[in-house]
Design a binder for this molecule. Structure first.
Ligand SMILES: [Zn+2]
Length: 211
């Protein structure tokens, strides 16, 4: 399989009309997002790190895990972060029939209903893989958030230094950036998140979730 690039290819953006890749801002703001949690071994650590930088972020959570970790979800919200829907079973849209995909997403919405009260809740398709039909239907209810930059924290073949170097050189105000608060990503996340936050803060960036 081809390795995903750090940057979301611009030529693919028109396939997702109305989806959010970056936020148009005049200020030095970054929009950090954390997918695939909540994870008891990882998410509390992420919350601690984010708190040191007054960062407000979005967690795109897996519905199944939301049901298992209600207190963890509560602590994400209490820290000022936002929640988004990432399906119930972390489905790959390309491999899932339309109705199954919609049903699974609605199941996640039910799991999240005690916590989310937004007219257009946020949704991010796992792997960014969603068919045009799935996209069109979900867009009616959800604000679909993709990303501008992907940390590749889940890929053990990418040297940590390469990730750090990329994200020190290539960041732009308004970028939506993906990390993962998953067990798989944790060995790399713990090496990249604190130094990147430190670097970005020194460069004048703040971390917001109000898109
Ligand atoms: Zn995911």
């Amino acid at each position: 399989m081809l390795r995903a690039p750090f940057v979301f290819p611009a030529f693919l953006e028109p396939l997702f009309p109305g989806a959010l890749f970056r936020v148009p801002v005049d200020e030095p703001l970054l929009y950090l997002t954390f997918d695939d949690g909540p994870t008891p071994e990882v998410t509390p650590w992420v919350l601690d790190v984010l708190a040191r930088y007054n960062a407000r972020t979005v967690f795109f959570v897996v519905g199944e895990k939301v049901l298992h970790h209600p207190r963890l979800i509560q602590s994400v919200l209490e820290a000022g972060h936002r929640l988004g829907n990432h399906t119930f079973h972390h489905l790959n849209g390309w491999k899932t029939p339309l109705n199954d995909y919609l049903t699974d997403t609605e199941k996640a919405a039910s799991a999240l209903s005690p916590y989310i009260n937004e007219a257009h809740p946020l949704f991010r398709p796992p792997y960014g893989r969603i068919t045009p039909g799935q996209f069109r239907l979900l867009k009616q209810k959800y604000r679909i958030v993709l990303w501008k930059r992907l940390s590749l924290d889940y890929d053990p073949n990418i040297p940590v230094n390469k990730i750090l170097h990329y994200f020190q050189k290539n960041i732009r105000p308004g970028d939506i950036i993906v990390f993962h608060d998953s067990r798989k990503s944790f060995p790399r996340l713990r090496q990249i998140l604190p130094p990147l936050l430190e670097y970005w803060q020194r460069a004048g960036f703040r971390f917001e979730n109000n898109f």
